[in-house]
Design a protein around this ligand. Structure first.
Ligand SMILES: [Zn+2]
Length: 126
């Protein structure tokens, strides 16, 4: 958020400089300042789009977490339906990634994350 405020502050500063230059300087100076403004605005627009996406993702995650919270088994996360989720992806990026099961009869379960490629064992009985 401070990035965007910084960019907007820069745009305002450059806009003020442009209005002052218009009285005193050449057209080429104005064109240069306007190009500077365009760059600042494009950067602010990109940052804003990134933050909107990030915010949308965080809201969706928070909503999912309210509806179906994950619980820690000691080695992985599981939801209320007992589906396994990757602890590395969840702890690091708050992503709920289903784990693929590599069943080992009688020896608990082993899982693989298709995103981070980590392997996990879960000996908790279900
Ligand atoms: Zn993962």
């Amino acid at each position: 958020m401070t990035d965007i405020l910084g960019h907007i502050g820069s745009v305002i500063t450059v806009a003020k400089a442009v209005s002052e230059l218009s009285d005193r300087f050449e057209k080429s100076d104005l064109i240069e300042k306007i190009a500077e403004l365009n760059i600042q605005l494009a950067t602010a627009k990109n940052d804003n789009a990134r933050l909107i996406n990030e915010n949308r993702e965080l809201k969706a995650n928070a909503e999912r977490e309210n509806i179906d919270p994950l619980h820690w088994t000691g080695s992985i996360y599981r939801n209320s339906a007992d589906h396994p989720f990757c602890p590395a992806c969840f702890d690091d990026r708050h992503k709920r990634i289903h784990l693929s099961t590599n069943a080992i009869p009688g020896c608990g379960e082993s899982f693989t994350c298709r995103v981070c490629r980590n392997h996990f064992d879960d000996s908790e009985q279900h």
